[in-house]
Design a protein around this ligand. Structure first.
Ligand code: IPM
Ligand code: MG
Length: 361
């Protein structure tokens, strides 16, 4: 099977982690029927500086013609706020990638890296945040700026709310989750009242799945109070942005969290949720696991290869017992002594070796 993968390395640590994601795909290529054609699609802050645009038309056209996109990170110090970052909205909206899928799973061996006490972790953290990815405040509709007043309008359309909530329920069904939580601010915002009405309406078709509403402020608290009870969460764009960063820290490091920007059945884009991290760029210490798990998501969601995806996750699990990048080294000195400290490349190599061994079985 031939697949064209658009490679959007971006800025900062983006190129370093994307290289490790490609490594995993190359292992798969060597041990399966897959043949990957990696197509460079430059974008981001440096590209803006060099060419005057953060997303050259040529890159976007190549993305559109690909089977999936692997994205690193964008953002460069010294540029005006948002100058590089707007490329991501252009892709999400341009390709109508309406689902932002953000699985948050605490690996057993990283329990001591979770900032919460044991009583708040209990039998573990394993949830998925499903964020609407094209509308809300991110649509930038009606933005108005004058000297003394600035306006951003939040917009939701029935079509968008329906499709993301349906996706959420179907996802929960597929994963065997017993509950779908919807997060809104319906005690204040009309957009949220509209959202909640549609959530309740669609929920009627999923009677065997428990349904529960949280206001965004209460949910931020719930996430650190009973994270072990949370399964599938659906929410609007900006609330999803905020809670997914909070949740990502629960699994030990922002570097562990993967995401998919998905339009089911169409070209979709996979990226670690961390940013370009300019402070550690070029040092070779970035954690590539968020990117490698994004490749897992790509195989799962775009190519229907759950088995290969699971093997990648197993390979990560096995690797964490042997070596780690500095952000996820154990706190306990004794345990730390038993593990190798790895750089980005070494972490990617170790996971690739395990993946290869698992594929050969
Ligand atoms: C994310 C990021 C982006 C967002 C930024 C870079 C615009 O924080 O993917 O979560 O807010 O969506
Ligand atoms: Mg974010």
């Amino acid at each position: 099977m031939k697949k064209k993968i658009a490679i959007a390395r971006g800025d900062g640590i983006g190129p370093e982690v994307v290289a490790e994601g490609i490594k995993i795909l190359k292992v798969l290529q060597n041990f399966s029927d897959y043949q990957f054609d990696f197509i460079e699609t430059p974008l981001g802050g440096q590209v803006l500086k060099d060419t005057g645009t953060n997303l050259p038309q040529k890159s976007f056209d190549l993305m559109k013609k690909s089977d999936a996109i692997l994205f690193g990170a964008i953002g460069l110090p010294g540029l005006p706020l948002g100058a590089a970052e707007s490329a991501i909205s252009k892709i999400r909206q341009g390709l109508d990638l309406y689902v932002n899928l953000r699985p948050i799973k605490l690996f057993e061996s990283l329990r001591d890296k979770c900032p919460l006490k044991e009583e708040y972790i209990q039998d573990g953290i394993d949830m998925t945040i499903i964020r609407e990815n094209t509308e809300g405040l991110y649509a930038k509709i009606g933005a108005e700026v004058s000297d003394n007043i600035v306006i951003n309008k939040m917009i939701y359309t029935r079509k968008s709310v329906e499709r993301i909530i349906k996706f959420g329920f179907e996802y929960a069904k597929k994963k065997g989750h017993s509950e779908v939580i919807s997060v809104d601010k319906a005690n204040l915002l009309e957009c949220s009242q509209f959202w909640r009405e549609i959530y309740l309406e669609i929920g009627k078709n999923y009677q065997d799945i428990k349904q529960r509403n949280f206001y965004i402020d209460a949910f931020c608290q719930w996430l650190i109070r009973k994270p072990y009870t949370v399964q599938t969460v659906v929410t609007e764009n900006m609330f999803g942005d905020i809670i997914s960063d909070e949740a990502a820290y629960l699994i030990g490091s922002l570097g562990m969290a993967a995401s998919g920007n998905i339009n089911p059945g169409k070209v979709s884009m996979y990226e670690p949720i961390h940013g370009s991290a300019p402070d550690i760029a070029g040092k070779g210490i970035a954690n590539p696991i968020g990117t490698i798990l994004s490749v897992k998501l790509m195989l799962d969601e775009s190519f229907g290869e759950k088995l290969y995806g699971d093997l990648i996750e197993n390979a990560v699990e096995l690797s964490l017992e042997q070596g780690r990048t500095i952000d996820i080294l154990p706190k306990n000195e004794l345990r730390k002594g038993k593990l190798k400290t790895l750089n980005t490349n070494g972490m990617g190599d170790l996971i690739s070796q395990h993946f290869q061994t698992l594929l050969k079985k």
